[in-house]
Design a protein around this ligand. Structure first.
Ligand SMILES: *[C@@H]1O[C@H](CO)[C@@H](O)[C@H](O)[C@H]1NC(C)=O
Ligand SMILES: *[C@@H]1O[C@H](CO)[C@@H](O)[C@H](O)[C@H]1NC(C)=O
Length: 406
């Protein structure tokens, strides 16, 4: 507990320093600084890949932006390609798949391997902050958890992708919360099992009872008060793409800056530690795009899962639960409804998607076809998308599995 407290203080201090140090002279590769500022579309175009932006309306009237890389760099359009849909993690966006540049970022690797790549953006993040009638400045806009992302956003984006490409079924890759929302969708709207030919879960999250992240463990006891505190503060949104990203992208996390250690520690504090696989030169780019915003309810909902050790719907308190669910406790997601072939990829040093929790998940989903440990013991949560050797350690295997479904 002592050490945990110290770490929180350190974390709070880091954020404070980050926010109050706008005037450090940038001294890093201008190319890196540019990448830190470009949005997903411009970043993809900068590296010579085709990119399209699609706007999609959900049943409950959120407007989402989906990014598509229809083919690889040296190919022309036309001809049918297998379609893959990518869904990002918590506090992130479609940028996650392209930040590491061609040859490293998963979206580029897939496009160059012959896939038509679609990348979703969950409501509330940098690219999906629109609604037909609600303003993102109103708290009504932010009344959602990842439950709604899985129940409304994913089905809307997948149906759109199917219609646009004329496919019956597509492959799905989710990272972290990008897997959680898939479990929500396929357990509650079971017809979507038939629209996905194979699901590939990177650092899958459903049961989180064994989380090792000190920051999350320290905050968890306050889960229920957290939402109330945020409400009083008038904050329905956490860590939007704004000041922190801007500063980090500009100057703060550059190589050889004394302050870089703070950048890395902030990330590691939440997600686990592996300096070996983190390319420090790329930190400004990562922090220029992450965090990309989420509702406080998304965090509170994960906190509830940690406390209950169950994979259940949002706990509104027993009176509201009774009204909404007909029971005093929130119902569990019925994972036995999932029929899509599932492949899980996990790592020993992942503080959020821990081996025992992934084990439990793979027992409860009946259609798990394969469970793969990353063959590198220090591999952590963020390494699944940012590691220097991600291609060698995961993506090559992922491509082999995917080829079986074409
Ligand atoms: C693909 O395009 C890039 C950039 O235009 C070029 O440098 C590279 O040589 C091309 N690769 C192949 C295999 O044609
Ligand atoms: C780290 O990123 C920089 C900039 O993209 C790149 O030049 C360098 O080769 C990368 N290092 C490793 C070990 O991949």
């Amino acid at each position: 507990m002592q050490r945990t407290n110290l770490r929180i203080i350190f974390c709070a201090f880091s954020i404070f320093v980050l926010q109050s140090s706008a005037n450090i002279e940038p001294k890093t590769d201008p190319n890196i600084l540019e990448d830190a500022k470009l949005d997903t579309f411009s970043l993809i175009r900068k590296y010579g890949y085709p990119c399209e932006i699609h706007r999609i309306y959900t049943e409950d009237k959120y407007i989402l932006e989906v990014h598509r890389v229809p083919h690889g760099r040296n190919e022309t359009s036309g001809g049918k390609r297998p379609v893959v849909f990518l869904q990002h993690g918590l506090l992130s966006s479609s940028a996650e798949w392209v930040l590491m540049s061609p040859g490293k970022g998963l979206a580029y690797i897939l496009a160059d391997s012959g896939y038509d790549v679609w990348m979703g953006n969950a409501r509330g993040n940098t690219y999906s902050r629109n609604h037909v009638s609600l303003k993102p400045t109103s708290s009504a806009f932010w009344k959602f958890s990842w439950h709604e992302i899985g129940y409304y956003d994913l089905p809307a984006m997948i149906d759109y992708t199917l219609a646009e490409t004329g496919e019956q079924k597509i492959q799905y890759i989710g990272f972290s919360q990008g897997t959680t929302v898939f479990w929500v969708m396929t357990s509650m709207r079971t017809e979507y099992n038939d629209k996905i030919v194979a699901m590939h879960g990177l650092a899958p999250i459903a049961f989180v009872g064994n989380i090792r992240s000190p920051l999350i463990k320290a905050l968890a006891p306050f889960t229920n008060s957290l939402e109330r505190i945020f409400k009083i503060l008038g904050r329905n949104e956490v860590l939007s793409n704004g000041k922190i990203n801007e500063l980090a992208g500009q100057s703060f996390c550059i190589e050889e800056a004394v302050t870089q250690v703070i950048c890395t520690n902030l990330l590691f504090l939440i997600c686990g530690f592996n300096e070996d696989q983190l390319n420090a030169t790329m930190l400004p780019v990562v922090l220029g795009h992450t965090p990309a915003g989420a509702s406080t309810r998304q965090l509170v909902h994960f906190g509830q899962l940690y406390k209950s050790k169950k994979f259940v719907q949002f706990d509104h308190g027993w009176i509201t639960n009774k009204k909404i669910y007909g029971s005093f406790k929130p119902p569990a997601y019925d994972l036995s409804n999932i029929r899509t072939p599932v492949f899980l990829h996990y790592a020993d040093n992942d503080w959020l998607s821990t081996p025992p929790d992934v084990d439990q998940l793979s027992r409860e989903i009946k259609s798990v076809f394969g469970k793969f440990r990353v063959p590198f013991s220090k591999f952590n949560h963020l390494d699944f998308v940012f590691a220097i050797d991600a291609k060698k350690l995961i993506y090559d295997r992922l491509l082999n599995i995917m080829a079986q479904f074409i």
